[in-house]
Design a protein around this ligand. Structure first.
Ligand code: SAH
Ligand code: SF4
Ligand code: F3S
Length: 474
C-alpha cells in the first residue's frame, strides 16, 4: 500500500477504495467480514486494527463480498468527492443486503464521525456507525445491530491509541508496512475536517511502536512508514522515567532496529519539522530521504486564512534547509487551488513557489468546502468552480514539468531499489522504490532475485511517474 501515488493524481484518484482481506481466513471462523477502505494511510492502518478486534471476536476477513456476514466501509470526509464515492458504494451494498437478509453493513472512519447517526436515520443505508476512536466497541455494536437496535458509537477519545492491539495485516506484500504513531490533529487548518473527525492529537506509547516495528522486521518486512497527521509533533512521556520521547528520538529508535529496514514517515507539518529530525535522517542510511511537506498555497495571505501558521518565506527557508542538510532528499507536497478569496496573484504566488521548491511530486486539489470547518463558518467559498479547475490545471501542468525534470536528473545514476513485486505491466520486470520514494521498473533477466531484496539499478529512462533502469553491471 503506497501512501503517495507515483504520478500527479489526487489522493481520491490514487486510492479508490481497496478491499482488504485474506481470501482464506485463518482460524476457526464461522462469520466473515469484508472491509473496504478509503482516504489516507491512517484509515487503511485503522482497518487493520479493526480486523484484529474482529478476529479476536470470531470474525474472519474475506475479500469475497458475497460470503461476508458483515460489510464495513472505512470512510474519508476530506473532500466532498470522497464522501460521494462512499455514498454510491453504500447504495450498492444496500442492493446486496436485499439479496442477503441478516447481512450487516457498517460505516467506520471519518464520515461516521462527521455524520453520526444521520447515516442510520436519514439514509437507512447502514446498520452500524462507528467513529475512529470507538473500534473496541465494534463486537458489542455488531451484536446490537444484529438484534435490530441502533448501533452507533462516535465518541472521540483523548487517549485512545490502540497501542496494545496488534494489527492484522490485510492487504500486504509482506515487505512494506504502515505503523500509526499518533492519532488526531490539533492544528485547525481552516479548510480541514480532520480535527473534527479524528479529535485531539495524542501520541502512542513509544515502546509499543518499537515493538510493533521490530515484530514486522522479524516477519520479513523491509520498509515501514510511521504515520500521523503531523508526525513531527509526536511527543510521548514515559510514565516510568518521566522522560519525553520526541519524533527525532522515535525515528532513531526505529532506524536502529535493523540497518536493512527502511524507515519512512508521513506527514510532516512545515511548522514542526525540526533540524533534529533532519540530522537523524542524515545519520542513518536506512531512513529514507523523502519528506512530504504539504504547502497548500504559495501566498502568505492565503496561508494566514488557512491558519497554517507559516509564511511563504518561512516555508521556503524550510525547503532550503532540507536541501542544505540533505541534497539527495526528495520533497513532495499537497497544494490546494481556489481557497476562499484566492486572487489571480495568490495563485501566481503558488506557481512561483512551486518553481522555487521544485517538488518531485505533488498532490493537488481544488478547494472543497467541508461543513463545520473554520473556513465554512468564516469565509465564503467564493471562487467559481471553473476558475478553481483552471488554476488546479495550471498547478498540475507546472508539477508535471518539475516531476519530469526531477526524473531526468536521475538519468545515469545508480540507485538502491527495494524490490516490491512484479511491475504492473509484466512479470518479466521488477518494480521497486528508491529511498526518495520513486518507483523504478527494470527487467528481471534470469537473476534469482526475490521481493524484499535490495538491488543497485542504473537509471536509463523514465515514463510518466516511473524510472526505468537495468540491474547494475548488466
Ligand atoms: N495532515 C496532513 C494532511 C491531511 S489531508 C497535513 O497537514 O499535511 C491531505 C491533504 O488534503 C491536505 O494536505 C490538503 O492539501 C488536502 N485537503 C484537506 N482539506 C481539503 C479541502 N477541504 N479541500 C481540498 N483539499 C483539502
Ligand atoms: Fe488537517 Fe491541518 Fe491537521 Fe493536516 S495539519 S490534518 S491539514 S488540520
Ligand atoms: Fe480522510 Fe479522515 Fe484520513 S478525512 S484523509 S480518512 S483522517
Amino acid at each position: 500500500m503506497e501512501l503517495y501515488s507515483t504520478d500527479n493524481k489526487t489522493h481520491d484518484e490514487a486510492r479508490q477504495g481497496e478491499a482488504f482481506g485474506t481470501t482464506q481466513a485463518k482460524g476457526p471462523f464461522d462469520k466473515f467480514f469484508y472491509v473496504e477502505s478509503y482516504g489516507c494511510a491512517m484509515n487503511f492502518a485503522d482497518s487493520e486494527v479493526v480486523a484484529s478486534i474482529l478476529e479476536q471476536n470470531g470474525f474472519g476477513s474475506t475479500r469475497d463480498i458475497e460470503i461476508a456476514d458483515l460489510i464495513l466501509i472505512n470512510t474519508c470526509s476530506i473532500r466532498e468527492k470522497a464522501e460521494l464515492t462512499v455514498r454510491k458504494r453504500l447504495t450498492e451494498f444496500r442492493k446486496l443486503k436485499q439479496q442477503k437478509p441478516g447481512m450487516l453493513v457498517g460505516v467506520l472512519g471519518c464520515m461516521a464521525e462527521r455524520l453520526k447517526s444521520k447515516l442510520l436515520e436519514e439514509e437507512k443505508l447502514v446498520d452500524l456507525v462507528v467513529g475512529p476512536d470507538a473500534y473496541r466497541t465494534l463486537p458489542d455494536l455488531i451484536f446490537e445491530a444484529g438484534t435490530g437496535q441502533k448501533a452507533v458509537n462516535v465518541l472521540l477519545s483523548r487517549d485512545e491509541t490502540y497501542s496494545d492491539i496488534s494489527p492484522v495485516r490485510l492487504n500486504t506484500n509482506g515487505i512494506s508496512g504502515f505503523v500509526s504513531i499518533m492519532r488526531g490533529c490539533n492544528n485547525m487548518c481552516s479548510f480541514c475536517v480532520v480535527p473534527f473527525t479524528r479529535g485531539r492529537e495524542r501520541s502512542r506509547d513509544a515502546f509499543s511502536i518499537i515493538a510493533e516495528c521490530r515484530d514486522l522486521f522479524e516477519k520479513g518486512y523491509k520498509e515501514l512508514t510511521l504515520l500521523g497527521q503531523n508526525v513531527d509533533s509526536y511527543y510521548w512521556n514515559n510514565p516510568e522515567t518521566n522522560q519525553a520521547v520526541t519524533f527525532a528520538q522515535l525515528l532513531e529508535s526505529v532506524a536502529l532496529i535493523g540497518s536493512s529496514l527502511r524507515v519512512r514517515f508521513s506527514t510532516s507539518h512545515p511548522k514542526d519539522i525540526t533540524d533534529d529530525v533532519l540530522h537523524v535522517m542524515v545519520k542513518y542510511d536506512n531512513i529514507c530521504k523523502h519528506i512530504h511537506l504539504p504547502v497548500q498555497s504559495g501566498s502568505t495571505r492565503m496561508l494566514q486564512l488557512m491558519n497554517r501558521t507559516y509564511t511563504r518565506e518561512w516555508y521556503l527557508s524550510k525547503v532550503a534547509r532540507i536541501r542544505e542538510i540533505m541534497p539527495d532528499c526528495s520533497i513532495t507536497a499537497d497544494i490546494i487551488a481556489g481557497f476562499c478569496t484566492e486572487t489571480e496573484q495568490d495563485h501566481q504566488d503558488t506557481l512561483s513557489l512551486m518553481e522555487i521548491a521544485q517538488y518531485d511530486l505533488s498532490y493537488m486539489y481544488f478547494y472543497s468546502e467541508r461543513p463545520g470547518t473554520l473556513a465554512a463558518k468564516r469565509y465564503e467559498d467564493d471562487i467559481p468552480e471553473e476558475i478553481k479547475k483552471r488554476r488546479l490545471q495550471e498547478i498540475v501542468d507546472a508539477q508535471w514539468i518539475h516531476s519530469n525534470e526531477s526524473n531526468k536528473r536521475d538519468g545515469g545514476k545508480i540507485l538502491e531499489v527495494l524490490i516490491e513485486g512484479n511491475s504492473k505491466k509484466s512479470d518479466q520486470e521488477w518494480m521497486g522504490r528508491t529511498s526518495q520514494n520513486k518507483v523504478v521498473v527494470f527487467p528481471k533477466l534470469d537473476h534469482n532475485l526475490k521481493t524484499g531484496e535490495y538491488v543497485q539499478v542504473t537509471i536509463n529512462d523514465f515514463t510518466k511517474g516511473t524510472l526505468l533502469g537495468a540491474l547494475k553491471n548488466n
